[in-house]
Design a protein around this ligand. Structure first.
Ligand code: NAD
Ligand code: MG
Length: 396
């Protein structure tokens, strides 16, 4: 019986993790659940799973929540504030930590879990983009195992030679190919992209995800972040990570070997599959997802990505090649631009322009420690807000 902590339990990955873990009560006991402010969902989760600890970062929400937990007699200890995330991520009774907070906010507790030697199920790709080398170093030093949850990286992990460890250069591998659905605007004309709405952008054709990653999928920045994620997890250079558009989202990624063999992992597009893979690893456990019916699917198609209509992909490839603080800066500018788009303060087609403008102002330096990564992140947020303000002033 393993103790499981879920950071970001009220989100899309968090809820799917509870669905899978809930099928296997003989394997997993929920030690702690943590979220930002959604106390309604967290309360329902606590009623069902009775964790020892529950965290809400938002203190006002936490005090409301604590009163409800107490009057229901759940016996769950309620903690509040950002530091509480790292507290529960490093509890001695926690064996496995699901890192499923969205954005750079997830970095500190994810790093804390890695440093504490926990088995780390890593969904929070922004933490890797911001400070991948630090995270991998911390895991190596403590002996923490990292199991990728992002469906593409989980697929690659499954297709690498057995015993392949994240962070170790895979032998005999020529190239890694990430598949991308292309998002809701795969067929949208360039001139129509400026007027798409947040509602259209978050309506992903194949996956139900949180709003930020849904917008990233629509701009293809998600694939850009995933290139950087793959470089860290599998010790490959950006030149060896390809991207192919595959609108059906059945093939989740591929590994090309030196002998010309290509291995792919396939499943229904449902995050319970990679989550169950990581929760069960090295065994296989049920996810609740039905098997693939290839005859019913009938046809799988592949095409090249269009970097003209989706410039975020090229920006990320450039940041990946530059390295150092460039990925952290790109990630932070993207978080600010996506929030502005979701808040209807920026049009969809201008997201890339904001990121590019911040990257052009940046002179990349080395990431020697967490301070360098956090300073680059803070600098880029400030620059991105300034770019937004000047665009608004110019009526753009
Ligand atoms: P979501 O928006 O549905 O959920 C985010 C979770 O993080 C919520 O529980 C929220 O309370 C918490 N959170 C947000 N800000 C926080 C903060 N400042 N402090 C503490 N907690 C905070 O997002 P999601 O779709 O579940 O994605 C989570 C992560 O997993 C992202 O990094 C995303 O890129 C990655 N991911 C998601 C999917 C997917 O299918 N949803 C697939 C691959 C990777
Ligand atoms: Mg993915």
């Amino acid at each position: 019986m393993k103790g499981l902590v879920i950071l970001g339990s009220t989100g899309s990955i968090g809820e799917n993790t509870l669905l899978v873990a809930g099928r296997h009560p003989e394997r997993y006991r929920i030690v702690a659940l943590a979220a930002h402010s959604n106390h309604e969902t967290l309360f329902a989760q606590c009623q069902r799973f009775r964790p020892e600890f529950a965290v809400l970062v938002d203190r006002a929400a936490a005090s409301k929540f604590a009163a409800r937990v107490a009057s229901a007699g759940l016996g769950t200890r309620v903690l509040a504030g950002t530091e509480a995330l790292s507290t529960v991520a490093t509890l001695p009774q926690a064996d496995v930590v699901m890192a499923a907070i969205v954005g750079a906010a997830g970095l500190a507790p994810t790093l804390a879990a890695a440093a504490a030697g926990k088995s780390l199920l890593l969904a929070n790709k922004e933490a890797l983009v911001l400070a991948g080398a630090l995270l991998l170093d911390a895991a190596r030093a403590s002996g923490a195992r990292i199991l990728p949850i992002d469906s593409e990286h989980n697929a690659i992990f499954q297709c690498l030679p057995s015993g392949g460890e994240p962070g170790a250069a895979p032998r005999g591998v020529a190239r890694i190919v990430l598949t991308a659905s292309g998002g809701p605007f795969l067929k949208t004309r360039r001139e129509d992209l400026a007027s798409v709405t947040p509602e259209q952008a978050v309506a992903h054709p194949n996956w139900r995800m949180g709003p930020k990653i849904s917008v990233d999928s629509a701009t293809l920045m998600n694939k850009g972040l995933e290139i950087i994620e793959a470089c860290h997890l599998f010790s490959v250079t950006p030149e060896r990570v390809g991207v192919v558009i595959h609108p059906q989202s059945i093939v989740h990624s591929l590994v090309e070997y030196d002998d010309g063999s290509v291995l792919a992992q396939m499943s229904q597009p449902d995050m319970r599959v990679p989550i169950a893979h990581a929760l069960g690893w090295p065994e296989r456990i049920a996810s609740g997802v039905p098997a693939l019916d290839l005859v019913q699917i009938g046809r799988l198609s592949f095409e090249a990505p269009d970097c003209e209509r989706f410039p975020c992909l090229a920006l990320a490839q450039e940041a990946a090649r530059t390295g150092g603080t460039a990925p952290a800066v790109m990630n932070a500018a993207n978080e600010v631009a996506v929030a502005a788009f979701l808040g209807r303060r920026l049009n969809f087609a201008s997201i890339a322009g904001v990121i590019e403008s911040v990257l052009r102002q940046h002179e990349a330096g080395p990431v020697r420690g967490l301070d360098d990564a956090l300073a680059a992140d803070a600098w880029a947020r400030e620059r991105a807000h300034a770019v937004l303000t000047s665009r608004q002033a110019a009526g753009a």
